[in-house]
Design a protein around this ligand. Structure first.
Ligand code: HXC
Ligand code: NAP
Length: 261
């Protein structure tokens, strides 16, 4: 159930890097429903085309690898040329897999850091002179792993910790120009590629949900609502924050210690 009124994002343009599937596609769809003109990008051009068609309402799909600054910048220049300054930029592209540190190659570590962290820098740095000032809202999609050390995800933990700091530094540097920079930190979200990788069977799923305060996975739509809030006028005085939309996951293990003993 959404609290947002129809037309909330009318007249705004949004670019969602990594918006061709999963959580980020959900964000793109919700922003389009609320009136924004939306462009999404991923590596696979056919997937980007399909995502744009699924979003409808004149959405555009672009192909670029966020690890490649020039390609990412070129996609955003095309959006700017077609639609003018961007009001909303979401950096959501990510890669992840489970691997013990002792079994992870340097290139495996670098690959995830490059997609998540360098990619977020590339998207935000690349859009700097293509966004509406004052008024633009930048949002990074981060994760609880940024704060909570998580076994088998040393690469993603390091990358997302860096993403949180990118958010905070840019909020300080670009705030004087009227640009807000925030993060959304989803908990485990049902039906996503991320959870297919991190919770590959029923037993792991049960173990994870049993420790979450709200005792369930989140929904893609719930993350979309958080992203919409952060880019809406209701959040006009919010910058440099990481909004945890995670059912309380960041609080830690929410099992009753008396029952555990
Ligand atoms: C160990 C692995 C591995 C695995 C890849 N590598 N998968 N190492 N275990 N399961 C290593 C490879 O051996 C290689 O190192 C290096 O990583 C690069 O692999 P490539 O396949 O060449 O990389 P690339 O084609 O660029 O693909 C990137 C990818 C891939 C991350 C590996 O899985 C991908 O495209 N993922 C995007 C989709 C995704 O991950 N979605 C989930 C996001 S969810 P060597 O040394 O052999 O060359 C998410 C959850 C949030 O982020 C919570 C946590 C933050
Ligand atoms: P997903 O469906 O795998 O989406 C990843 C998106 O990023 C796709 O559009 C993908 O398209 C694109 N992408 C991947 N690598 C890219 C690259 N190098 N350059 C450009 N685009 C790239 O993932 P998801 O599970 O929904 O996760 C989305 C976001 O939420 C991520 O930032 C993730 O870390 C975060 N998150 C997810 C969960 C969860 O429960 N799933 C929890 C916490 C945080 P291509 O493959 O075509 O490139």
């Amino acid at each position: 159930m959404s609290a947002f009124r129809d037309g909330l994002l009318e007249g705004r343009t949004a670019f969602i890097a990594g918006g061709t599937s999963g959580i980020n596609l959900g964000i793109a769809k919700r922003m389009a429903e609320l009136g924004a003109r939306v462009a999404v990008a991923g590596r696979d051009p056919e997937k980007a085309r399909r995502a744009a068609a699924e979003i409808g309402r004149g959405a555009a799909g672009y192909s670029c690898d966020v690890r490649d600054y020039a390609a990412t910048r070129a996609a955003m220049e095309q959006i700017h040329a077609a639609w003018g300054p961007m009001h909303i930029v979401v950096s959501g592209a990510a890669g992840n897999f489970l691997a013990p540190a002792a079994g992870l190659s340097a290139n495996g570590f670098k690959t995830v850091v490059d997609i998540d962290l360098l990619g977020t820098f590339n998207v935000f740095r690349g859009c700097y002179d293509l966004i509406a000032k004052p008024g633009a809202s930048l949002i990074a999609i981060t994760a609880g792993q940024a704060v909570n050390p998580t076994m088998l995800q040393i690469h993603a933990c390091a990358a997302k910790a860096g993403v949180n700091q990118v958010v905070r530094v840019l909020a300080m540097e670009w705030g004087p120009e009227g640009v807000r920079v925030n993060g959304v930190s989803p908990g485990p979200i049902a039906g996503t590629e991320g959870m297919a990788r991190l919770a590959p069977n029923e037993a792991v799923t049960k173990a994870i949900t049993g420790r979450i305060a709200l005792r369930r996975f989140g929904e893609i739509d719930e993350i979309a609502e958080s992203a919409v809030f952060l880019c809406s006028d209701s959040a006009a005085y919010i910058t440099g924050t990481i909004l945890e939309c995670d059912g309380g996951s960041q609080l830690g293990d929410a099992r009753n210690p008396m029952e555990r003993a």
